[in-house]
Design a protein. Structure first.
Length: 184
């Protein structure tokens, strides 16, 4: 339980971070494809072959969902400089209707085009979710989501899951049961 709360606190801090001088968690050990020993720890059943019905944007889900609710959310991997947690099945999902990534800002030469570092921090906070894949005990899997099902920065996803009990105004955490990669 202590590890779950520690990871939830880390997820909250990780989801709120915007552009900074630091590089964030090192994802260099993450595979670029679904193959490899790290990605195999995530059950293949998590990867959906069809988009689930009823998906809503992250900000809509965050505004109305509470701990224990089943949700279907859609968004993009990003909204921060490093949207993955190295060695963990966690990522940040941003709301593409509320956030403007660097690649959509004329003249922006940011090295992380998936970042929303120029957006107001309150908007970023209201428009992001931490997506995590957990085991039967509720512990985050020790395998990277980066590369699983070809997921990478700027991938468009639809996630089916349950709002985690550690979610609050600052952190919207979804325990993913299914992930559909709409755009790798």
């Amino acid at each position: 339980m202590k590890m779950k709360l520690t990871l939830a606190a880390a997820a909250a801090a990780f989801a709120l971070a915007a552009c900074s001088d630091s590089q964030g968690p090192d994802a260099s050990a993450s595979p670029d494809s679904g193959s490899g020993s790290g990605a195999s720890a995530i059950p293949d059943a998590v990867l959906l072959t069809a988009a689930p019905d009823g998906a809503v944007d992250v900000a809509v889900a965050k505004a109305g969902a509470k701990a224990g609710d089943k949700v279907v959310v859609k968004g993009f991997v990003g909204a921060r400089e490093e949207p993955f947690v190295a060695g963990r099945a966690m990522l940040v999902l941003g709301d593409s209707t509320k956030l403007t990534t660097c690649d959509k800002r004329p003249g922006d030469t940011c090295e992380t085009p998936w970042d929303a570092c120029c957006d107001d921090l309150d908007v970023v906070k209201a428009s992001t979710a931490t997506i995590q894949v957990t085991d039967a005990s509720g512990n985050v899997l020790k395998a990277p989501l980066k590369g699983f099902g070809k997921i990478k920065e700027q991938s468009d996803l639809v996630v089916v899951g349950t709002v985690d009990a550690a979610s609050d105004e600052g952190a919207f955490i979804i325990n993913a049961e299914g992930i559909y990669v709409a755009k790798p």
